[in-house]
Design a protein around this ligand. Structure first.
Ligand code: SF4
Length: 338
């Protein structure tokens, strides 16, 4: 099925549903595809004997492997569209399948356009789930132009070679020492920014949708974000009460890190409370007015990407260590779930 320029192989879900004779299916889709969710429902119901329920909750990534309460709705299968699985994160209660949304784009032009920006020979390639199927073609185009493309294998959070997540850049970091720069293929600025901060190598961003190549703009964004992060730490200097946020989504749970942070705060005579949440938003946090500073151990994007939405500063675990003088600003690291 083709929707909004993406190929979505729903046949794969149909095959499993029919083979296993599942009758009650939940469909999770990212916000960007939600307006087309009815087409997915109709397709699944037409080609199987199942009843499909749409999960209305936001689904930002494969860390969200469905809620166990769905058992009470007699759900026997979950179909999540738009993400590749996180290999070690599984729903132990309800079987599920991930259907990627593969961008149907021609990368020839964007690679040609990027070539003058590639100052070096060894080019690290990194991209998001929607474009991993394009990496072989991009590698061939680079080879034809005498470059040496390098694609890294990520850790066990990563499904496909060269894939990066907003919470994990291991597939790039593992090759950072042997490449001259990175070429990021995809849209948006969060992933390339994380790539830049995590690898400390130059990053050229290539957007195959707008046919835009960027390099210096990302450095400017990095400076702006680092200034913002420095500001968040400075704003939290006089904090008396801390809220340690732990995500309940299976792939965001970092309870050991929470315990470590709690111990650090206790030994620094700082009062703190641990707050578990499934969905983080200004509304869900606004009742915690006594908290002067939140430390997020959930999705790293909450502190960095959504920072401006919150009145109370939200910092990452590394930023807390900088705040308490355990680490220096020079040791700043992008928060990742690794
Ligand atoms: Fe995406 Fe955040 Fe989940 Fe990582 S933790 S997969 S960045 S939503």
């Amino acid at each position: 099925m083709k929707i909004l320029g993406y190929n979505i192989d729903l046949e794969k879900a149909v095959k499993t549903i029919n083979e296993k004779k599942y009758k009650h299916v939940v469909l999770q889709v990212p916000e960007g595809l939600k307006s087309h969710v009815y087409k997915f429902v109709e397709f699944l119901e037409k080609n199987t004997d199942s009843r499909v329920i749409i999960s209305g909750d936001p689904c930002f990534g494969a860390c969200d492997v469905g809620r166990y309460e769905l058992r009470d709705l007699k759900i026997d299968f979950i179909v999540q569209i738009g993400h590749l699985p996180i290999p070690y994160v599984k729903n132990p209660v309800i079987p599920m399948v991930f259907i990627n949304a593969e961008a149907d784009v021609d990368v020839t032009k964007i690679v040609e356009k990027a070539i003058p920006y590639l100052k070096g020979e060894k080019i690290g390639l990194a991209t998001t789930a929607q474009h991993v199927h394009l990496l072989d073609e991009i590698s061939n185009l680079l080879r034809e132009n005498n470059f040496k493309p390098v694609i890294g294998e990520g850790d066990r959070r990563i499904f496909s070679k060269g894939q990066i997540l907003g919470c994990n850049f291991s597939a790039a970091r593992c090759i950072a020492d042997c490449v001259d720069l990175f070429m990021f293929v995809g849209s948006g600025s969060f992933h390339p920014l994380g790539l830049l901060l995590s690898t400390r190598k130059p990053v050229i961003t290539c957007d195959p949708y707008t046919n835009e190549v960027k390099s210096d703009e990302l450095e400017d964004l990095k400076d702006m974000i680092l200034r913002q992060r420095y500001g968040a730490i400075a704003r939290s200097k006089d904090a008396k009460v801390f809220g340690i946020l732990v995500g309940t989504k299976k792939g965001q749970q970092r309870i050991e890190l929470v315990n470590k942070i709690k111990n650090i705060l206790d030994s620094n005579h700082k009062k703190s409370y641990v707050i578990a949440l499934d969905y983080f938003s200004p509304m869900t946090l606004e009742s915690f007015r006594e908290i002067d500073c939140f430390i997020s151990t959930a999705c790293p994007r909450i502190a960095i990407d959504d920072y401006m939405q919150y009145e109370t500063p939200i910092i990452t675990p590394v930023e807390l260590e900088i705040l308490l003088g355990i680490k220096k600003w020079d040791e700043y690291q992008f928060d990742e779930i690794i």
